[in-house]
Design a protein around this ligand. Structure first.
Ligand code: 5RP
Length: 225
């Protein structure tokens, strides 16, 4: 089965888990990327009635608007019941690397503002130790070199992602060569560097539920399992 078919199936599985919570007063958090896009498609095709969505990127806003789904401001919604998003890597504790699509900062804000974070992916994203996927870091442009040197001090091999400007007007540095055995500690250490907006480690606020599509099944992981 093509990876895209797996992404569609896991998006359908996520929808089945949230549909009972949706009504005319419910706002959803929705992430960014090809798997999140499938979730938006499934949601729209279902024609289910819900209030609208807080989007983690302009790209997601455009897709939601295309379907006529109401865009909501997180400052008005308060805590969201559910956030659905993809990931670039997930470890057994449901710590994640995110930001392959450069939307990590808004994704982290929405994850923090949500009671339940459902992460959806195909099974290629599951790893024992995070770090094979280069860790994205959103950086204020004038701090690029400063942050790069600090990331070398932390044991990484930083690479500027050319041509990418985030929705917040910043740049992305991808950090290669990390074997992330203590994700929470590294997340805190990177986020302390002046000029870093945030890094793509989701360990302080990991996923609550991870749905992974294999060739034949949907695997379900919770943090407490
Ligand atoms: C965007 C992200 C995405 O969730 C991540 O890159 C996964 O994308 P895809 O579903 O296309 O594999 O973090 O910033």
């Amino acid at each position: 089965m093509m990876p895209d078919a797996r992404k569609r199936r896991v998006a359908e599985a996520a929808f089945e888990r949230v549909r009972d919570q949706l009504d005319a007063n419910t706002a959803l958090g929705i992430g960014t990327g090809s798997t999140a896009n499938h979730f938006i498609d499934v949601l729209a095709e279902s024609k289910i009635d819900f209030l609208g969505a807080v989007a983690s990127s302009k790209a997601t806003e455009e897709r939601l608007s295309h379907y006529g789904i109401e865009l909501l401001d997180l400052n008005m919604t308060g805590t969201l019941p559910v956030y659905v998003d993809g990931a670039d890597e997930a470890d057994p504790r449901l710590n994640l690397i995110k930001g392959g699509g450069a939307a990590l900062t808004r994704e982290k804000i929405i994850a923090e503002a949500s009671r339940l974070f459902i992460c959806i992916a195909d099974d290629s994203k599951r790893v024992d130790v995070l770090g094979t996927f280069p860790l994205p870091v959103e950086v204020i442009p004038m701090a690029r070199s400063l942050v790069g040197r600090a990331l070398v001090d932390l044991g990484g091999d930083p690479e500027y992602r050319p041509g990418v400007v985030t929705d917040n007007g910043n740049i992305i540095i991808d950090v290669h060569g990390l074997s992330i055995t203590d994700p929470k500690q590294l997340e805190l250490a990177i986020n302390q560097i002046p000029g870093v907006v945030t890094c793509g480690l989701f360990a302080r606020r990991p996923a609550d539920l991870l749905l992974l599509a294999t060739e034949t099944d949907i695997l379900e992981f919770t943090r407490d399992a």
